[in-house]
Write a protein that binds this ligand. Structure first.
Ligand SMILES: [Mg+2]
Length: 252
């Protein structure tokens, strides 16, 4: 029911005259997969320090944002993981958030079609990400290369002004500003804590959790009432096809 109502709210042309309608999208693990980006960095590090288990790392061994897990999956002993981590962490940070590594982004199933449909319905697309401003151009190129809308005025960008800023702090301040400028219909995130805490600033929105991967899968979400959990966008697209006329769903 939540999903059906969300789709009807997006496709409904009636809008609050004081504010445009908008939907907030996180980027990493919400619209884009990062497995290839992680993989390239682990393999390069493996070459640098001469660890074949990392040099030959496979996509299925890249578990999530907890880098220790991936090293364990590669077959490294716990003591080796602990020993390597102080060297690996800055190596990973330097690369993961660099423009060069955006070339390894991949869209999550159905994400491009869904975001395009949102825009076609006249709802503004608001990218709100822990990526920092220095990689805005590379991120924009990456999203555009897959067919995501990237151009204002239908699209707005909220990226961290500084790399060092905590993602959660940035997203909470962004959510406060977004709520003052848009009538936010929904927010899409892969981090349960980010979504839960942002819901305080976006009480009217439907909060959609992508169960792709995250930093803290055990975070206890408090406000479950308006939460929706999906693996990717396939289920949402199927619901759109089921509920709407061909006019509203003609582009996919
Ligand atoms: Mg994310």
């Amino acid at each position: 029911m939540i999903l059906k109502n969300l789709i009807l709210a997006i496709s409904n042309s009636i809008t609050d005259v004081s504010k445009p309608k908008g939907i907030v999208f996180d980027i990493d693990s919400t619209l884009l997969w990062n497995t290839r980006r992680h993989l390239a960095i682990f393999r390069e590090f493996g070459q640098r320090v001469g660890i074949p288990e990392l040099t030959s790392l496979q996509p299925l061994q890249v578990e999530d944002w907890v880098l220790h897990n991936t090293m364990r999956n590669a077959g490294l002993a716990e003591e080796d993981v602990e020993k390597l981590m102080p060297r690996f962490l800055p190596f990973w940070q330097e690369r993961f958030f660099s423009p060069h590594f955006c070339q390894y982004d991949e869209p999550i199933v159905g994400a491009v079609q869904f975001v395009r449909w949102v825009k076609e319905c006249g709802v503004e697309v608001i990218y709100c990400s822990g990526r920092h401003l220095e990689i805005v151009e590379a991120t924009c190129r990456s999203l555009a290369s897959f067919g995501f809308p990237t151009e204002p005025p239908a699209v707005s960008w909220f990226l961290k002004p500084k790399f060092e800023m905590l993602d959660l702090d940035f997203k909470l301040s962004a959510a406060a500003e977004i709520s003052s400028r848009w009538n936010v219909i929904a927010a899409f995130e892969n981090e349960p804590e980010h979504l839960d805490r942002m819901s305080f600033y976006l009480p009217e929105a439907v909060h959609v959790l992508l169960s792709t991967n995250c930093r803290d899968p055990h975070y206890p979400v408090k406000n479950l009432q308006k939460f929706l959990k999906v693996e990717n966008y396939a289920k949402i697209l199927a619901e759109i096809r089921k509920n709407l006329s061909s006019r509203a769903s003609l582009s996919f």
